[in-house]
Design a binder for this molecule. Structure first.
Ligand SMILES: Nc1ncnc2c1ncn2[C@@H]1O[C@H](COP(=O)(O)OP(=O)(O)O)[C@@H](O)[C@H]1O
Ligand SMILES: CC(C)(COP(=O)(O)O)[C@@H](O)C(=O)NCCC(=O)O
Length: 326
C-alpha cells in the first residue's frame, strides 16, 4: 500500500471509491527486497543493452517486482485450470498460453518494457517460454493505407487489419499449436509480407501495441464484436505526461538520425541531411499531426481498462504503480 495509506483503513467515501490500488514508488520498490531476482547481476546488466539508458536500479526496483506479480497471476491461472478440470470431472484441453497485453503511446517505452519483462519472466522455471509479438505487423501495407486515405493515420485503430489481429489472438487462446503473425519493418516503413513470426504454444505471450486495449467496435447494425483485449489474462498500460512522451519521441528521432536512418535502405534516409533544428521541427510535426492526436483520441482513453498502469516521470523512472483491486 502507498505510504499515505489511501483506501487502507476503510474510510473511503464515495468520492474516493476506486477499483484500483495505488503504490507510490517507495512502496513498490520496497517489494524488490522481498523478491529474489531470477537474473544474475551479469544478466541484469546485459538487459541494459536492450534499452539505450535503462537504469539498473530501475530494473531491480520496478521491473523485478512487476515480473514477480505477473508470475503470480500466471501460476494462479494454472491452479485455476487444474481446479476447474477437477470440478468438471473430465479432462479438459491443456491450458492455453497466458496472454499479457501491453499498451501505451508511441515512444512511451512499450518495446523496452516488453523486452525486459520477456527476459525476466523467461527466467522463472514455471514458465520458461515467453513470446513477444508487436501489433505493427498487422498494419495494412502502405499501398492499402494509401488507397484508404490512411497514410497519415499510421497507428490509428483503423490503420490495422483488426480482424486478422483478433483471429491471431483467438487462435492463441484456442490452444492452437502454431500461430503466425506478420511483421513490420521500421526500416522500410512497411509490413514485410514474406517474414512471419511463429508462436508455438509458449507459456506466456506478450502482445505489445498502441491499440491493444481498444474496446470492441459497434457495427452499423448495432452488433458489438470482440476485441483482442477480451482475450487478455493481464494488461499493462505504460503511461507518462504527454509533454514528456513528445520529448522522448523527438529525442529518439534525433538518435535514429545518427544510426538507423543512415542505412540507405531506410525510408527515413531523407532526414539524414536535415540540419539539427530542421530535424527537430520535422519530428515535432510528425508528433503533432499523427502520434500526439492518436494518443489523445485513441490510446489514453484505454488506460483505465488496464489491469496495471506504470506511470513514468520525465527521466523514465516509474513514479507510481496502479493495480486493479481483486
Ligand atoms: N525504462 C527506460 N529507461 C530509459 N529509457 C527508456 C526506458 N524506456 C524507454 N526508453 C527510451 O524511450 C524511447 C522510447 O522507448 P521505446 O521502448 O522505443 O517506445 P515505444 O515502443 O513505446 O515506441 C527510446 O528511446 C527508449 O530507449
Ligand atoms: C508502427 C507504429 C504504428 C506502432 O505500432 P504498434 O506495434 O504499436 O502497433 C508506430 O511506431 C509508428 O511508426 N507510427 C508511425 C507514425 C508515422 O507515420 O511516422
Amino acid at each position: 500500500m502507498s505510504s499515505h495509506g489511501r483506501g487502507h483503513h476503510g474510510h473511503d467515501d464515495a468520492r474516493e471509491a476506486t477499483p484500483y490500488i495505488e503504490l507510490d514508488r517507495a512502496a513498490w520498490a520496497a517489494l524488490a527486497a522481498e523478491t529474489e531476482s531470477p537474473l544474475s547481476a551479469g544478466e541484469v546488466r546485459s538487459l541494459r543493452g536492450l534499452g539505450d539508458s535503462l537504469d539498473l536500479d530501475e530494473v531491480r526496483e520496478v521491473y523485478l517486482p512487476l515480473s514477480r506479480l505477473l508470475s503470480m497471476y500466471v501460476e494462479s491461472a494454472g491452479r485455476l485450470h487444474r481446479e476447474q478440470e477437477h470440478f468438471l470431472h473430465q479432462r479438459t484441453p491443456p491450458r492455453t498460453p497466458f496472454v499479457i497485453g501491453l499498451a501505451g503511446s508511441v515512444a512511451v517505452g512499450k518495446s523496452t518494457t516488453a523486452r525486459v519483462l520477456q527476459q525476466m519472466l523467461a527466467h522463472w522455471p514455471q514458465h520458461p517460454n515467453v513470446a513477444l509479438v508487436t501489433t505493427d505487423g498487422f498494419l495494412y501495407p502502405n499501398a492499402e493505407l494509401e488507397q484508404r486515405g490512411l497514410l497519415q493515420r499510421k497507428g490509428f485503430p483503423e490503420s490495422y487489419d483488426r480482424r486478422a489481429l483478433l483471429k491471431f489472438v483467438v487462435d492463441i487462446k484456442s490452444g492452437k499449436d502454431e500461430v503466425e503473425a506478420p511483421t513490420y519493418s521500421h526500416l522500410v516503413y512497411d509490413v514485410v509480407p514474406e517474414e512471419r513470426v511463429v508462436v508455438n504454444r509458449p507459456d506466456i505471450v506478450i502482445i505489445e501495441g498502441l491499440n491493444v486495449l481498444q474496446p470492441a467496435r459497434t457495427h452499423e447494425d448495432g452488433r458489438t464484436g470482440l476485441a483482442v483485449s477480451d482475450f487478455f489474462d493481464f494488461s499493462v498500460y505504460v503511461d507518462a505526461d504527454t509533454r514528456h512522451i513528445r520529448q522522448w519521441y523527438v529525442d529518439r528521432f534525433l538518435r535514429l538520425r545518427e544510426t538507423a536512418f543512415r542505412d540507405p535502405g531506410s525510408y527515413f534516409a531523407k532526414y539524414v541531411d536535415l540540419e539539427h533544428g530542421a530535424a527537430i521541427t520535422e519530428a515535432e510535426r510528425i508528433w503533432d499531426t499523427i502520434n500526439g492526436p492518436n494518443l489523445t483520441d485513441n490510446v489514453s482513453p484505454t488506460r483505465s481498462r488496464a489491469t496495471l498502469v506504470l506511470r513514468k516521470d520525465r527521466d523514465h523512472s516509474v513514479r507510481y504503480v496502479r493495480l486493479r483491486k481483486l
